[in-house]
Ligand binder design. Structure first.
Ligand code: RB5
Length: 156
């Protein structure tokens, strides 16, 4: 089996390119998630922030959105204090479907039903293990299509 294929909770997760960004509040959790994805065989593009200084989260949401639009990344991950600001900023981009998740069920269903392409996490609200669960499930779960495809198409 190639290194970037993993069987997690019954799904086969194919490796891909993931763009990740955070503000200062999400910096520590971002580092944990970068390591987690690298260990799982993903190619990770860390788009910052890279220091503890205060920054504006929309700038990093824009960077991840641009990576998706350019085809440099298949999916994105954004971390701020709550995940909320990042999701609001990312969803201003028409090609982005960003979802804030606090548990693995939300992460699974936003992939299966909403075809979310950006996972937003709140570093001040959830612990590292829950965040890693959300991440693994988000990356492993395919879009179900079918009746959900017509609904997602209406976003446009
Ligand atoms: C930064 O203090 C904080 O406002 C930001 O990380 C985020 O939680 C916004 O939604």
């Amino acid at each position: 089996m190639p290194r970037n294929n993993h069987k997690i909770m019954g799904w086969t997760m194919a490796g891909g390119r993931i763009a990740i960004g955070s503000d200062h509040a999400g910096l520590g959790l971002k580092a944990v998630l970068v390591t987690e994805m690298s260990n799982l065989g993903y190619k990770v593009d860390d788009l910052g922030t890279s220091g503890a200084g205060s920054v504006d989260y929309p700038d990093y949401a824009d960077r991840v959105a641009e990576a998706l639009a350019a085809g440099w990344a298949d999916r994105g991950v954004l971390v701020c204090g709550t995940g909320i600001g990042m999701s609001m900023a990312a969803n201003r981009h028409r090609h982005v479907r960003a979802a804030v998740c606090h548990d693995a069920v939300s992460a699974r269903l936003t992939r299966a039903h909403n075809d979310a392409n950006v996972l937003c996490l709140g570093a001040r609200l959830i612990g590292e293990e829950v965040a890693k669960d959300c991440l693994r499930v988000f990356l492993a779960t395919p879009f179900e299509g079918g009746r959900h495809a017509a609904r997602v198409a209406k976003f446009a």
